[in-house]
Design a protein around this ligand. Structure first.
Ligand code: NAP
Length: 322
């Protein structure tokens, strides 16, 4: 384990893709990274593969699809004696080809449970760790995405099966089988991912509204660009996995490497120019060399403060911290 004077960041899903390269970039900036992962051997191999120095990271078990695992992770983190400078909610599953929902041990639809509810509980619990940390600069960062934010595309490009939380009827009704969607409508696997990412961005805004003034913690979300060749797309058609990166590189110009996406996340965690709270960062959808970040407006639903409050209350109930 590394030097306790190093600032400490927890990164969920640091065993591949954006999270792994964010861990690498943060370690290079002198941080100690707690790689919060469900597959410890895979995480260890991944850290070795990208060359993170062993003294700069600790791997701890976290399965976001299990509320008890989230609680156990927080206990384990506290036992490490480290104080927390930043939390990055990065892990996600994307299961676009599922015809029927999969359910977690807690009885919730897998994508929303992993991407939103597990992270919601983690944020809720680790808020205490951030509050208690003596650091002056503390941040909680959540990964959003373009397909859950029509504003990013200027509202002009149609998003297939766009996110829509409705009146949160599914959450209101307890979100247990057969209810698999937040709006209570029939299951659509790709939409479940987009709904969960919309929840991620709404959660960052609501954290800011509730806690920024009293704690000075910086809460923000970001879209790191289209990282078209991460394992996120492993459950898609193999033809899609071939064509999508090519399309993003050669047609839209939206392609971002995993390394660059990781560096962007690390900048939002550590760099002074990202100390604004309550905002969503983006580098846009057309990549150019040296492109700077800007504050990206969210869609009408992503900026709906009443919905964010209700989402908070219902999520708290579902994860048992009401
Ligand atoms: P990825 O390579 O598939 O990484 C996802 C990570 O989440 C992996 O480490 C995975 O662990 C972990 N994970 C999945 N389920 C988990 C669970 N139940 N408990 C703990 N960890 C779990 O995907 P990525 O593209 O880097 O995505 C990272 C984030 O970026 C996501 O929030 C995604 O929405 C966002 N994002 C991605 C893109 C893109 O184009 N790729 C664009 C915008 C935003 P395993 O290694 O064990 O599977």
């Amino acid at each position: 384990m590394g030097d306790n004077q190093q600032p400490t960041v927890v990164v969920t899903g640091a065993s591949s893709g954006v999270g792994l390269y964010a861990a690498k970039a943060l370690a290079a900036k002198g941080w100690h990274v707690i790689m919060a992962c469900r597959n410890l051997e895979k995480a260890a191999q991944a850290a070795r593969d990208v060359g993170i120095s062993p003294e700069n990271y600790t791997i701890m078990p976290l399965d976001l699809a299990s509320l008890s695992s989230v609680r156990n992770f927080v206990t384990l983190f506290r036992e490490s004696g480290r104080s927390l400078n930043a939390l990055v909610c990065n892990a996600a599953v994307y299961l676009p080809l599922l015809k029927e929902p999969q359910w977690t041990e807690d009885g919730y639809e897998l994508s929303v449970a992993t991407n939103h509810l597990g992270h919601f509980l983690l944020c809720y619990l680790m808020l205490d760790d951030l509050k208690q940390s003596p650091a002056a600069d503390k941040r909680l960062i959540i990964l959003g995405t373009v397909t859950a934010n029509r504003k990013e595309l200027g509202g002009k490009i149609p998003i297939p099966a766009p996110p829509d939380l409705g009146e949160l009827q599914g959450f209101e009704a307890g979100f247990k089988a057969p209810i698999a969607m937040i709006n209570g409508k029939p299951f659509k696997s790709g939409k479940a991912y987009k709904d969960s990412k919309l929840c991620n961005m709404l959660t960052a805004r609501e954290l800011h509204r509730r806690f920024h003034d009293s704690t000075n913690i910086v809460f923000s979300s970001l879209y790191p660009g289209c990282v078209a060749d991460t394992p996120l797309f492993r459950n898609h058609y193999s033809l899609f996995r071939t064509i999508f990166p090519w399309f993003q590189k050669n047609i839209t110009g939206g392609y971002v490497s995993q390394e660059l996406a990781g560096e962007r996340v690390a900048a939002v965690v550590a760099d002074p120019e990202f100390k604004q709270s309550g905002v969503h960062w983006s580098w846009g959808n057309r990549q150019q060399k040296g492109r700077n970040a800007f504050v990206q407006e969210l869609s009408a639903e992503g900026s709906d403060d009443a919905k964010a409050r209700r989402l908070w209350d219902l999520s708290a109930k579902l994860v048992g911290v009401e």
